[in-house]
Design a protein around this ligand. Structure first.
Ligand code: HEM
Length: 519
């Protein structure tokens, strides 16, 4: 190489190096500035909150109250339960030196929060955004308002009625699988319920019969599981909170790949359904099916100006329903069965009721559901002790004033824990006891309407609550008609942990199942 050429090369590489160095410096300064602005804003909010609400003692100067959460789950549970007892008007939980959130403990204050439509806390819910986009769970403002109005008719009882048959179908597939197991087998009930509720959710949302309970899971199904696991994992690692860092991490890459698979699947089904709708006669609204699925509802929804949802909006809502309607119901069911396994007397009463109502039928009907009175009490009581959605977080957009005049400043983070609200000793007698009769109409008289909130309340309550209760009751009745449930005492008592939904700590939620005829 000539001297000239090597000089030019040397100059070029020095130039590239200097430019790269400058880029790094500028990037670092930008990140630092952004970080400083965020910390200052967060500190300002914290100081404003501290003027009104107490801070429990023992906060570490840097980690705040997070030091308590670093200990084991039972220990942090005890500490939080104690704070709930002590601070009846709420308290500040410090997330490090510069960040704190108001923990609302009184049902009156919970009502004040839930009657509003403040944004969901992005730092928490945002982890689901790459998957669920701007669906009902994550959207806010006019978009949420419009779409909530458009989707509400999809949960009318006439639409929900035929789904009871689908719930029965999916439960029976699971029970036929259980029949193959040795009597008295111990099963991870959360896993079984997850597969079963995913199966029924895909039938109700997209009319897809994936046979996910009998076949090895395919790409789409395993991607749904992976996305949930990744979101849980991210919620627990501080260094993955930033979108930028997460994007670069191996988990971020897996998240992108799984999102692509799930989105492609939904998009393809939406495309095919639109084709069918174009071709079908105007009168045939269900294109040969016996029911309207959620996708039919989404495709038909029109606002007052005659505008429907865009393809991207439909996909976001489909993904939201599949996510919201599957793990939540699985958690609710798993803990309901666990409670019944632990309380054979109540289990027997539910079984008797199921036998009387079903008379040996393996398909539950819409009319049967209203006769399942004792099962309903038991399901409610397990949702009290083990709320499937254990917490709600909001970003206060305008100052929020409680009924006693205390004001939560704009920009504050507010936290509501169903888990502790449902065990508040000032509301519930013997709160740790499983007593379904506390939900009888007589015993419920005079109870604060915001003391029991498994499906939240107010304008952003759970749109799928009737769907969920119908599925829970159907599955419990069919399971108890065919199986006896007992606790697996060879394993440690499961302890609930908050992982998006309420799950059990390791090794999981196991119960023993024995076919009814064998006993
Ligand atoms: C036992 C089962 C279920 C429980 C305990 C549950 C609980 C909840 C709770 C507490 C919320 C409020 C979340 C928040 O404000 O951050 C919520 C919202 C929501 N749920 Fe459920 N849910 C269940 C099942 C379902 C099902 C089956 C569906 C759909 C078919 C569904 C769809 C939704 C949607 C779309 C939202 C967002 C509503 C909005 O913000 O307008 N859920 N759910």
């Amino acid at each position: 190489m000539s001297d000239n050429a090597s000089n030019t090369l040397g100059f070029l590489s020095r130039h590239v190096f200097t430019t790269a160095l400058w880029c790094v410096v500028v990037l670092c300064v930008a990140v630092l500035l952004k970080g400083t602005v965020a910390v200052v804003r967060s500190l300002r909010n914290l100081w404003a909150l501290e003027k009104v609400f107490p801070v429990p003692p023992g906060a570490h100067w840097l980690l705040g109250h997070l030091v308590f959460l670093r200990q084991d789950a039972r220990h942090s549970y005890e500490i939080t339960a104690e704070w709930f007892r002590q601070y009846q008007q709420g308290y500040i939980f410090k997330h490090g030196a510069a960040m704190g959130r108001l923990v609302v403990t009184h049902p009156d204050d919970v009502r004040a929060v839930l009657m509003r439509t403040d944004q969901k806390l992005e730092i928490f819910y945002g982890m689901l955004r790459p998957w669920l986009g701007d669906g009902l769970l994550l959207s806010s403002g006019p978009k949420w308002f419009r779409n909530r109005r458009l989707l509400t008719p999809g949960f009318h009882f006439e639409i929900l009625k035929p789904y009871v048959r689908l719930f029965s179908e999916s439960t029976n597939v699971m029970l036929n699988n259980w029949k193959e197991l040795k009597p008295g087998s111990s099963i991870d009930v959360f896993h079984h319920m997850s597969l079963m509720t995913l199966d029924s959710m895909l039938k109700c949302t997209l009319s897809q019969n994936t046979n996910c309970q009998t076949r090895k899971t395919k790409d789409f199904l395993s991607s749904i599981d992976e996305l949930t696991e990744l979101a849980i994992q991210r919620a627990w690692s501080i260094y993955l909170l930033s979108d930028f860092m997460y994007g670069l991490s191996p988990s971020g890459k897996r998240n992108r790949a799984a999102c692509n698979i799930v989105h492609k699947y939904s998009e393809e089904i939406i495309r095919q359904r639109k084709e069918v709708l174009k071709q079908q006669s105007a009168g045939d609204s269900t294109h040969g099916k016996k029911y309207l699925d959620f996708l039919d509802i989404l495709l038909r929804a029109k606002d007052e100006n005659g505008n429907g949802l865009t393809d991207a909006e439909i996909r976001d809502e489909v993904d939201t329903f599949v996510f919201e309607g599957h793990h939540t119901t699985a958690s609710g069911l798993a803990w309901a069965l666990y409670c019944l396994a632990r309380h054979p007397g109540h289990q027997e009463k539910c079984r008797k009721e199921a036998q009387e109502v079903l008379q040996g039928r393996t398909e539950v009907t819409w009319e049967d559901l209203s006769s399942m009175k004792y099962i309903t009490l038991c399901v409610k009581e397990s949702l009290r002790l083990y709320p499937a959605v254990p917490e709600i977080l909001r970003d206060v957009e305008t100052p929020l004033t409680f009924s006693d005049g205390r004001t939560v400043p704009k920009g504050s983070q507010v936290y509501i824990s169903m888990r502790f609200l449902h065990r508040n000793p000032r509301i519930w007698e013997k709160p740790e006891e499983y007593d379904p009769l506390r939900f009888s109409s007589e015993n419920s008289k005079g109870r604060h309407p915001y003391a029991f909130l498994p499906f939240s309340a107010g304008p952003r309550n759970c749109i799928g609550q009737h769907f969920a209760m119908n599925e829970l009751k159907t599955a419990v009745a069919l399971i108890l008609q065919r199986f006896i449930l007992t606790p697996d005492d060879t394993l440690p008592e499961p302890f609930p942990v908050e992982r998006m939904v309420l799950r059990a700590d390791s090794p999981g939620l196991y119960i023993k199942i024995t076919p009814f005829e064998v006993e």
